[in-house]
Design a protein around this ligand. Sequence first.
Ligand SMILES: [Zn+2]
Length: 90
Amino acid sequence: MRKYEKKEITKVERAYLETSITCNKCGKTKQLEGEDYEREWQSNVFQSFTTHFGYGTRHDTEKWNFDLCEDCLTELVRSFKHLPDGFREG
Ligand SMILES: [Zn+2]
């Protein structure tokens, strides 16, 4: 038989704050500062993309992550034969 006494445990939690974001296409970098919500707001001028390639494709099983600034994303989208739903010139 075993008996136990209560012991208080304090857990240390760590979070990593995003410090900068860089456009993969043009290299433009924005330094992010302040609280989480401020950094998130500052990073809104970039968009993140993730894509997975399935078996039998040119990039079989690769997973790509990249970020584009608004200028590069707008330029890319304008090159589409068919503009995305919701796209507005701005
Ligand atoms: Zn860019």
